[in-house]
Write a protein that binds this ligand. Sequence first.
Ligand SMILES: *[C@@H]1O[C@H](CO)[C@@H](O)[C@H](O)[C@H]1NC(C)=O
Ligand SMILES: *[C@@H]1O[C@H](CO)[C@@H](O)[C@H](O)[C@H]1NC(C)=O
Ligand SMILES: *[C@@H]1O[C@H](CO)[C@@H](O)[C@H](O)[C@H]1NC(C)=O
Ligand SMILES: *[C@@H]1O[C@H](CO)[C@@H](O)[C@H](O)[C@H]1NC(C)=O
Length: 454
Amino acid sequence: MYLFLFSIPNFVFVVLLCAINCICGRMFGEEGFYPAGYYDSQQVQYDRIKNALTKLEHAPQWVSDWPSPSIKMGQVSGVAIDNMGRLLVFHRSRNVWDVNTFSDRDVYQGIGDDPIPDPTILVLNDTGELVDMWGQNLFFIPHGITVDIEGNVWVTDVALHQVFKFTPDQRQKPALVLGEKFIPGNSDTRFCKPSAVAVLSNGDFFVADGYCNHRILKYSPDGTIILQWGIGHGSSPFVFNVPHALTLAEDRGLVCVADRERGRVACFRHDNGTFQSSFSNWLMGGRIFSVAYAPVHGGRLYIVNGPVSQILPVRGYVIDFTSGRLIQTFAPDAGLKNPHDIVTSPDGSKVYVAELSPYRVYKFVDETLKNESLLEKVEKNVTVTSATHVKPTATVEVVGSGGGGAGAGRVAALVGRAGGAAGAAAAALLALAALALRSARNNGKGYEAEPLVH
Ligand SMILES: *[C@@H]1O[C@H](CO)[C@@H](O)[C@H](O)[C@H]1NC(C)=O
Ligand SMILES: *[C@@H]1O[C@H](CO)[C@@H](O)[C@H](O)[C@H]1NC(C)=O
Ligand SMILES: *[C@@H]1O[C@H](CO)[C@@H](O)[C@H](O)[C@H]1NC(C)=O
Ligand SMILES: *[C@@H]1O[C@H](CO)[C@@H](O)[C@H](O)[C@H]1NC(C)=O
């Protein structure tokens, strides 16, 4: 129990001891390790979950014989749908991301090795057959993938700390590269394990950066930064803890972020980064791995959560955007273990989920939503919504200490108002303790055995 604490600074150690005393002292008092009623409360919680799941519509339906079992893949980190309605699967082949993959300073430990020699991008058609593959000799630890309206494919590689754009006619050589190869950082030219890309129909695009940074960047089509926001600590809606996936709701003028370790989907105006709304639910738990938006029935968010406890189920969930209510849930019969990404067709009739482990992709369908006119628009390359190019107005919440005054100030103000000096101090202590725990866990050096979660 105490083993993993040695790497944590003394101050935090003391705080943690206090916290443990406080909490455990009360919970696990004289009656033994588990207090009286512990198992009853587990049962109550279990019933509550079961009851909540029963109330949701179970849709879309899992397609059990999809894809063809002959298709082999490694850890599947990303899925995207191209403009012909085919699924792009981004996988790591024989490479895996585990505790030895990066140094404490986020440097990839396999520098000098060859990139993955197998095709890392598999293209599957509607019936689950492999119809194309590419992306060999380019990547080390694949992460996010998306396709823009012109058919360009955008990917991120967390080992390389880079973002790549490939045009439809040139799959061997990227047309655009952002970030510095193998060099983590937090600047205009460097990312740290960037996780995802989303491209507006006018060509402007967003990058989620990422595992070690806490920011969303917006670029013009040529790769010039026009806006960025996000901070690492505090309680404002601009705080991110692993912004893990992105989706666009262009009909609403929003970009939405799966803020993984804060267990929320946070949506921001895509023109100026203003916070608009946030979605979370006790049933989904504290970890949200990915999100995809479909403009059906007033807008729906398709979400996959991640493992948090033995008791909370890992599943797909659908949230109605307007009401913010959980309306549907879905999973293959055997459930999900470590879902990592999700994508939906524009009409919401087809949903695909990528799993890191087991190495799988799943297809789900909802025939009632099928809308040819919505699909055709995209497949025939017609812009669904006419997004005009907006000139940058302001940088909302700049990352980092240098020049981050506005963000930090606002958070400080919030804490101050919340409860005076004592409250602020207590909040800071708790935050530090939580942080220490989190970093111990994220570095993979914690004592708890955790499934692969990257
Ligand atoms: C998918 O590809 C396979 C093999 O090329 C082909 O037989 C099948 O008809 C295709 N399915 C669709 C829906 O295009
Ligand atoms: C799609 O449309 C855009 C402009 O609207 C055009 O530049 C692009 O070449 C088109 N792509 C295809 C595959 O037709
Ligand atoms: C973003 O634009 C909206 C609408 O014009 C405005 O209300 C909001 O204040 C803007 N936010 C920033 C940070 O400029
Ligand atoms: C299909 O989508 C279009 C928008 O592109 C919408 O106007 C139409 O009502 C939808 N049809 C159905 C049956 O939902």
